[in-house]
Design a binder for this molecule. Structure first.
Ligand code: TLP
Length: 352
C-alpha cells in the first residue's frame, strides 16, 4: 500500500490544518440557540458582509442550507425551476419534495449552465389545477457541470426575468469561492442577483463542518426557525465557526493553487487515449472525465489509479471525477498527472 494517498475523490476530504485547529481551540463560545455564541455571530456578520446581504445564518451542512432556503421561500404545492443535474435536486435525497412539498421542474443546461431563453414560458399560469411556480435555483460553480462557472451576465438575465415575474432566486454557492477566485469577480457581485445564497466552508475552504445561508434580515429570521425545525440548531458551535472564520481568512486566495493543479491533471487526461474531459475546459477545481469502454469501466480506471496511491470518485459506470483541494500539494498533482499518463494507457495494453 502506498505511504501517501492522493485523495482526489472530493474537496470534502480535507482535514483541519494545525492553524485551524489552534483557532478552534481558542474559540470563545456560548449557546448559539440562544444567539449567544460570539464566534458564530462574528462568522455570520462576516459572511453577510462578504456576500453583500443583510444577514447570514451558520448551519451544519450545504444540504441543510439549501433546503432551509427552499422551505423559507415556498409553500407546499409550489414549483422550483432548476437545472437538470443540479445538486439540490439530484443529491439532496429528494429534499424539496420531502421537506417542503415542492416539485422540481428540471431544465437541461449546458454543463449546468442555463440561458434565460430556456426558462421563458416555464411559469405556470394561475389556475386551480397547477403548481405555483415560485423559485429559481442555480448552482455556481456547477458540480455535475464539471466545476463550470455560471457566467455572470447569464445569471443577471435570469434574475431580471425571474424577479420581473415575481419569482425568487436561490444560489447553491457551495463553491462560490472558487468562482470568485477564478474570475476575480467579488463574492457580493456574484450574490447580488439572488434573494438567498448558500455557501460551504467544508469543501474548498477546508473546514471540517459548516455552511451558511445569507439574505435579507427578515428571510434569515424565518430561516433560523426552520433550522430549528430541521434539527440544525447547534449549541457551542463557536469551535466550528472559528474553523470557518480561519478558512475565510487563510484559505480563499489559495484556491488559485487548486485550479492550477486541476489544469495540470486535465492536461494529463487530455493526453491520455481513452479518457475524455467533459467539459473539455477545466475552469476550477473539479475535473469530470468520461472513460472509453475500450479502456474499461470507470471502476477499472479507478482501481488502476488506486494501486498507485490515487483515489478518485466514480459517479457513473463510465464517469470519473477528480477534485483538487487544500490537501493536494503541487507535488501530489504532478505525481497524479504523471501516474495518469503512464499507468492508464498501460491498463489497455495489459487488458488487451
Ligand atoms: N457535494 C459533495 C457530494 O454531496 C456530491 C461532493 O463531493 O461534491 N451543493 C453542492 C454543489 C455540492 O457539491 C454539495 C456537496 C452540497 C451542496 C452539499 O453539501 P453538504 O455535503 O455539506 O451537505
Amino acid at each position: 500500500m502506498p505511504e501517501h494517498w492522493i485523495d482526489l475523490r472530493s474537496d470534502t476530504v480535507t482535514r483541519p490544518t494545525p492553524g485551524m485547529r489552534a483557532a478552534m481551540q481558542a474559540a470563545e463560545v456560548g449557546d448559539d440557540v440562544f444567539g449567544e455564541d460570539p464566534t458564530v455571530n462574528r462568522l455570520q456578520e462576516r459572511v453577510a458582509e462578504l456576500l453583500g446581504k443583510e444577514a447570514a445564518l451558520f448551519v451544519p451542512s450545504g444540504t441543510m442550507s439549501n433546503q432551509i432556503c427552499i422551505r423559507a421561500h415556498t409553500q407546499p404545492g409550489d414549483e422550483m425551476l432548476c437545472e437538470a443535474t443540479c445538486h439540490v435536486y439530484n443529491y439532496e435525497a429528494g429534499g424539496p419534495a420531502v421537506l417542503s412539498g415542492v416539485t422540481c421542474r428540471c431544465i437541461e443546461g449546458d454543463h449546468g449552465i442555463l440561458d434565460v431563453s430556456q426558462l421563458e414560458g416555464k411559469i405556470r399560469p394561475i389556475n386551480d389545477h397547477l403548481v405555483r411556480t415560485r423559485l429559481v435555483s442555480l448552482e455556481n460553480t456547477h458540480n455535475r457541470g464539471g466545476g463550470r462557472i455560471f457566467p455572470l451576465e447569464k445569471i443577471e438575465a435570469i434574475a431580471d426575468w425571474a424577479h420581473g415575474h415575481g419569482l425568487v432566486m436561490h444560489l447553491d454557492g457551495a463553491r462560490l469561492w472558487n468562482a470568485s477566485v477564478a474570475t476575480g469577480i467579488p463574492l457580493n457581485v456574484w450574490a447580488r442577483p439572488f434573494d438567498s445564497v448558500s455557501v460551504c466552508f467544508s469543501k474548498g475552504l477546508g473546514a471540517p463542518v459548516g455552511s451558511a445561508l445569507a439574505g435579507s434580515r427578515e428571510f434569515v429570521t424565518r430561516c433560523r426557525r426552520i433550522r430549528k425545525l430541521f434539527g440544525g440548531g447547534m449549541r457551542q458551535a463557536g469551535v466550528l465557526a472559528a474553523a470557518a472564520l480561519y478558512a475565510l481568512e487563510h484559505h480563499v486566495t489559495r484556491l488559485a493553487d487548486d485550479h492550477r493543479h486541476a489544469r495540470l491533471l486535465a492536461e494529463a487526461i487530455a493526453d491520455t487515449p481513452g479518457l475524455r474531459l467533459d467539459p473539455p475546459r477545466v475552469e476550477t477545481n473539479l475535473i469530470w472525465i468520461e472513460v472509453d469502454p475500450e479502456l474499461g469501466t470507470a471502476r477499472d480506471v479507478a482501481a488502476t489509479l488506486k494501486a498507485h496511491g490515487i483515489l478518485v470518485h466514480t459517479p457513473g459506470p463510465q464517469t470519473l471525477r477528480m477534485c483538487t483541494h487544500l490537501d493536494v500539494t503541487a507535488a501530489d498533482a504532478e505525481r497524479a498527472a504523471d501516474t495518469i499518463r503512464r499507468q492508464v494507457p498501460r491498463r489497455v495494453r495489459v487488458a488487451g
